[in-house]
Design a protein around this ligand. Structure first.
Ligand code: 13P
Length: 261
Protein backbone atom coordinates (compact mmCIF):
# COMPACT_ATOMS: atom_id res chain seq x y z
CA UNK A 1 0.00 0.00 0.00
CA UNK A 2 1.31 3.45 -0.88
CA UNK A 3 2.42 5.39 2.20
CA UNK A 4 2.94 8.95 0.95
CA UNK A 5 5.33 11.48 2.43
CA UNK A 6 4.16 15.06 2.79
CA UNK A 7 7.17 17.31 3.31
CA UNK A 8 6.86 21.03 4.05
CA UNK A 9 9.91 23.09 3.10
CA UNK A 10 9.45 26.42 4.84
CA UNK A 11 12.61 27.84 3.25
CA UNK A 12 13.44 31.20 4.92
CA UNK A 13 10.03 31.66 6.55
CA UNK A 14 8.53 31.21 10.04
CA UNK A 15 10.56 32.06 13.12
CA UNK A 16 9.89 30.15 16.36
CA UNK A 17 6.81 32.22 17.34
CA UNK A 18 5.19 31.88 13.89
CA UNK A 19 5.98 28.17 13.85
CA UNK A 20 4.34 27.72 17.22
CA UNK A 21 1.15 29.45 16.06
CA UNK A 22 1.19 27.42 12.82
CA UNK A 23 1.58 24.11 14.64
CA UNK A 24 -1.17 24.87 17.14
CA UNK A 25 -3.56 25.38 14.23
CA UNK A 26 -2.25 22.48 12.13
CA UNK A 27 -2.24 19.91 14.95
CA UNK A 28 -5.86 20.75 15.73
CA UNK A 29 -6.73 19.81 12.13
CA UNK A 30 -4.50 16.83 11.74
CA UNK A 31 -5.17 13.75 13.87
CA UNK A 32 -2.52 11.10 14.43
CA UNK A 33 -2.49 8.68 11.51
CA UNK A 34 -0.24 5.86 10.37
CA UNK A 35 -1.01 5.95 6.66
CA UNK A 36 1.32 8.81 5.69
CA UNK A 37 4.42 10.62 6.94
CA UNK A 38 4.51 14.37 7.53
CA UNK A 39 7.88 16.14 7.74
CA UNK A 40 8.56 19.82 8.44
CA UNK A 41 11.74 21.49 7.22
CA UNK A 42 11.83 24.78 9.15
CA UNK A 43 14.70 27.28 9.05
CA UNK A 44 17.60 26.06 11.22
CA UNK A 45 16.90 28.64 13.94
CA UNK A 46 13.31 27.39 14.23
CA UNK A 47 14.03 23.67 14.06
CA UNK A 48 14.38 23.01 17.79
CA UNK A 49 11.20 24.98 18.60
CA UNK A 50 9.29 22.84 16.09
CA UNK A 51 10.79 19.69 17.58
CA UNK A 52 9.64 20.76 21.07
CA UNK A 53 6.18 21.78 19.86
CA UNK A 54 5.76 18.30 18.36
CA UNK A 55 6.85 16.46 21.50
CA UNK A 56 3.60 14.47 21.81
CA UNK A 57 3.31 13.95 18.05
CA UNK A 58 5.99 11.41 17.28
CA UNK A 59 4.10 10.70 14.05
CA UNK A 60 5.31 14.06 12.64
CA UNK A 61 9.01 14.50 11.85
CA UNK A 62 11.41 17.40 11.52
CA UNK A 63 14.26 17.92 9.06
CA UNK A 64 16.97 20.45 8.36
CA UNK A 65 17.05 22.37 5.04
CA UNK A 66 20.80 22.45 4.61
CA UNK A 67 23.92 21.15 6.35
CA UNK A 68 27.64 21.68 6.06
CA UNK A 69 29.74 18.76 4.89
CA UNK A 70 31.84 18.80 8.08
CA UNK A 71 30.38 17.85 11.46
CA UNK A 72 32.19 20.40 13.68
CA UNK A 73 34.97 22.96 13.44
CA UNK A 74 35.85 26.50 12.40
CA UNK A 75 33.02 27.06 9.91
CA UNK A 76 31.36 30.25 11.11
CA UNK A 77 27.69 30.46 10.21
CA UNK A 78 27.27 26.85 9.14
CA UNK A 79 24.99 24.16 10.59
CA UNK A 80 25.97 20.53 10.75
CA UNK A 81 24.01 17.32 10.47
CA UNK A 82 25.24 16.25 13.91
CA UNK A 83 24.02 19.49 15.51
CA UNK A 84 20.72 19.34 13.62
CA UNK A 85 20.27 15.79 14.88
CA UNK A 86 20.84 16.99 18.45
CA UNK A 87 18.20 19.70 17.90
CA UNK A 88 15.60 17.12 16.83
CA UNK A 89 16.07 16.65 13.07
CA UNK A 90 15.63 13.24 11.51
CA UNK A 91 15.92 14.27 7.83
CA UNK A 92 18.13 16.59 5.77
CA UNK A 93 17.41 18.17 2.41
CA UNK A 94 20.46 17.75 0.19
CA UNK A 95 21.07 19.68 -3.04
CA UNK A 96 17.87 21.70 -3.06
CA UNK A 97 17.76 23.76 -6.27
CA UNK A 98 17.99 27.02 -4.30
CA UNK A 99 21.24 25.75 -2.77
CA UNK A 100 22.50 24.81 -6.22
CA UNK A 101 21.37 27.90 -8.13
CA UNK A 102 21.48 30.72 -5.57
CA UNK A 103 24.39 29.52 -3.45
CA UNK A 104 26.35 27.79 -6.21
CA UNK A 105 26.47 24.34 -4.64
CA UNK A 106 27.95 21.68 -6.88
CA UNK A 107 26.98 18.07 -7.44
CA UNK A 108 30.15 17.13 -5.57
CA UNK A 109 29.14 19.17 -2.51
CA UNK A 110 25.75 17.47 -2.56
CA UNK A 111 27.58 14.12 -2.36
CA UNK A 112 29.66 15.30 0.61
CA UNK A 113 26.63 16.68 2.41
CA UNK A 114 24.75 13.45 1.83
CA UNK A 115 27.64 11.58 3.46
CA UNK A 116 27.50 13.99 6.43
CA UNK A 117 23.78 13.36 6.83
CA UNK A 118 24.34 9.60 6.81
CA UNK A 119 27.17 9.89 9.40
CA UNK A 120 24.83 11.77 11.72
CA UNK A 121 21.98 9.31 11.29
CA UNK A 122 19.78 11.71 9.30
CA UNK A 123 17.76 10.45 6.35
CA UNK A 124 18.89 12.39 3.29
CA UNK A 125 16.28 13.77 0.92
CA UNK A 126 18.33 14.24 -2.26
CA UNK A 127 16.79 16.93 -4.48
CA UNK A 128 17.28 16.83 -8.24
CA UNK A 129 15.73 18.79 -11.09
CA UNK A 130 16.39 20.53 -14.36
CA UNK A 131 16.19 24.21 -15.29
CA UNK A 132 13.83 25.48 -17.99
CA UNK A 133 16.72 25.79 -20.47
CA UNK A 134 17.77 22.20 -19.78
CA UNK A 135 14.19 21.02 -20.20
CA UNK A 136 13.78 22.91 -23.47
CA UNK A 137 17.05 21.39 -24.71
CA UNK A 138 15.63 17.93 -24.00
CA UNK A 139 18.20 17.31 -21.25
CA UNK A 140 15.86 16.69 -18.31
CA UNK A 141 16.69 13.04 -17.71
CA UNK A 142 20.42 13.51 -18.36
CA UNK A 143 20.64 16.33 -15.80
CA UNK A 144 18.54 14.57 -13.19
CA UNK A 145 20.53 11.33 -13.50
CA UNK A 146 23.84 13.22 -13.30
CA UNK A 147 22.68 14.94 -10.09
CA UNK A 148 21.42 11.64 -8.72
CA UNK A 149 24.68 9.77 -9.39
CA UNK A 150 26.83 12.57 -7.94
CA UNK A 151 24.62 12.95 -4.87
CA UNK A 152 24.72 9.22 -4.18
CA UNK A 153 28.40 8.77 -5.09
CA UNK A 154 29.47 8.78 -1.43
CA UNK A 155 26.91 6.15 -0.36
CA UNK A 156 27.08 2.38 -0.26
CA UNK A 157 24.39 0.60 -2.33
CA UNK A 158 23.01 -0.95 0.85
CA UNK A 159 22.40 2.52 2.33
CA UNK A 160 20.41 3.80 -0.63
CA UNK A 161 17.23 1.98 0.42
CA UNK A 162 17.04 4.28 3.45
CA UNK A 163 17.15 7.49 1.40
CA UNK A 164 14.50 9.69 -0.19
CA UNK A 165 14.77 11.39 -3.59
CA UNK A 166 12.81 14.51 -4.52
CA UNK A 167 12.30 15.52 -8.14
CA UNK A 168 11.83 19.28 -8.24
CA UNK A 169 12.00 20.83 -11.71
CA UNK A 170 13.54 24.28 -11.20
CA UNK A 171 11.08 25.87 -13.63
CA UNK A 172 8.18 24.69 -11.44
CA UNK A 173 9.50 25.99 -8.11
CA UNK A 174 7.59 29.02 -6.90
CA UNK A 175 6.33 29.78 -10.42
CA UNK A 176 2.81 28.38 -10.32
CA UNK A 177 3.80 26.00 -13.14
CA UNK A 178 3.57 22.36 -12.15
CA UNK A 179 4.79 19.29 -13.97
CA UNK A 180 1.83 17.23 -15.12
CA UNK A 181 1.43 13.85 -13.39
CA UNK A 182 2.59 12.30 -16.66
CA UNK A 183 5.75 14.53 -16.85
CA UNK A 184 6.54 13.68 -13.24
CA UNK A 185 5.96 9.99 -13.92
CA UNK A 186 8.45 9.97 -16.82
CA UNK A 187 11.20 11.47 -14.67
CA UNK A 188 10.35 9.38 -11.59
CA UNK A 189 10.59 6.22 -13.70
CA UNK A 190 14.03 7.29 -14.97
CA UNK A 191 15.14 7.97 -11.38
CA UNK A 192 13.83 4.56 -10.25
CA UNK A 193 15.65 2.86 -13.10
CA UNK A 194 18.93 4.55 -12.16
CA UNK A 195 18.39 3.68 -8.49
CA UNK A 196 17.98 0.04 -9.55
CA UNK A 197 21.28 0.22 -11.41
CA UNK A 198 22.98 1.67 -8.34
CA UNK A 199 21.34 -0.37 -5.62
CA UNK A 200 19.53 -3.33 -7.20
CA UNK A 201 16.17 -4.35 -5.84
CA UNK A 202 16.75 -2.22 -2.72
CA UNK A 203 15.87 0.71 -4.97
CA UNK A 204 12.19 -0.21 -4.78
CA UNK A 205 12.10 1.02 -1.17
CA UNK A 206 13.22 4.58 -2.02
CA UNK A 207 10.34 7.08 -1.96
CA UNK A 208 10.49 9.55 -4.86
CA UNK A 209 8.72 12.83 -4.07
CA UNK A 210 7.56 15.50 -6.49
CA UNK A 211 7.97 19.21 -5.71
CA UNK A 212 7.26 22.43 -7.59
CA UNK A 213 4.14 24.60 -7.17
CA UNK A 214 2.16 21.87 -5.42
CA UNK A 215 -1.06 23.20 -3.89
CA UNK A 216 -4.44 21.99 -2.65
CA UNK A 217 -5.77 21.99 -6.22
CA UNK A 218 -3.13 19.75 -7.81
CA UNK A 219 -1.90 17.58 -4.92
CA UNK A 220 -4.48 14.88 -5.47
CA UNK A 221 -3.78 14.35 -9.17
CA UNK A 222 -0.02 14.29 -8.59
CA UNK A 223 -0.34 11.80 -5.74
CA UNK A 224 -2.61 9.60 -7.82
CA UNK A 225 0.32 8.94 -10.19
CA UNK A 226 1.68 5.56 -9.09
CA UNK A 227 5.32 6.71 -9.30
CA UNK A 228 4.76 9.78 -7.12
CA UNK A 229 5.40 8.63 -3.55
CA UNK A 230 4.90 11.97 -1.88
CA UNK A 231 5.13 15.74 -2.21
CA UNK A 232 7.73 18.35 -1.24
CA UNK A 233 5.91 21.64 -0.86
CA UNK A 234 7.22 25.18 -0.45
CA UNK A 235 4.82 28.14 -0.65
CA UNK A 236 1.61 26.19 -0.04
CA UNK A 237 3.06 24.70 3.18
CA UNK A 238 3.42 28.10 4.87
CA UNK A 239 -0.23 28.50 5.78
CA UNK A 240 -1.73 25.95 8.17
CA UNK A 241 -5.06 25.83 6.29
CA UNK A 242 -3.44 25.24 2.94
CA UNK A 243 -0.93 22.71 4.30
CA UNK A 244 -3.56 20.70 6.12
CA UNK A 245 -5.64 20.71 2.91
CA UNK A 246 -2.70 19.13 1.07
CA UNK A 247 -1.90 16.61 3.80
CA UNK A 248 -5.53 15.59 4.02
CA UNK A 249 -5.79 15.00 0.27
CA UNK A 250 -4.69 11.49 0.98
CA UNK A 251 -7.55 10.65 3.36
CA UNK A 252 -10.04 11.95 0.84
CA UNK A 253 -8.58 10.29 -2.22
CA UNK A 254 -10.95 8.42 -4.45
CA UNK A 255 -11.17 4.76 -3.54
CA UNK A 256 -9.38 2.18 -1.43
CA UNK A 257 -8.23 0.70 -4.73
CA UNK A 258 -6.60 3.97 -5.68
CA UNK A 259 -4.89 4.16 -2.28
CA UNK A 260 -3.41 0.72 -2.76
CA UNK A 261 -1.20 1.84 -5.65
P1 13P B 1 7.06 25.69 -4.17
O1 13P B 1 6.09 24.67 -3.67
O2 13P B 1 6.91 27.05 -3.52
O3 13P B 1 7.07 25.75 -5.67
O4 13P B 1 8.52 25.20 -3.73
C1 13P B 1 8.88 23.90 -4.00
C2 13P B 1 10.15 23.61 -3.28
O5 13P B 1 11.19 24.15 -3.60
C3 13P B 1 10.08 22.68 -2.14
O6 13P B 1 11.35 22.28 -1.75
Amino acid sequence: MKHPIFAANWKLNHGPADADAFLRQFLAYYPRTQDRTVIFFPPALTLHAVHLALKDRTDIKVGVQNIHSEDYGAFTGENSAAIARGAGAKYALIGHSERRHIFGESDEQAGKKLAAAVRAGLTPVLCVGETLAQREAGDTVTVVIRQLRAGLSTAEPAQVAGFIVAYEPVWAIGTGKTATPSDATTVHLAIREELRTLAGERAEAVPILYGGSVNCGNAESLLAAPEVNGLLVGGASLDADSWSGIVRTWATMASPLERRR
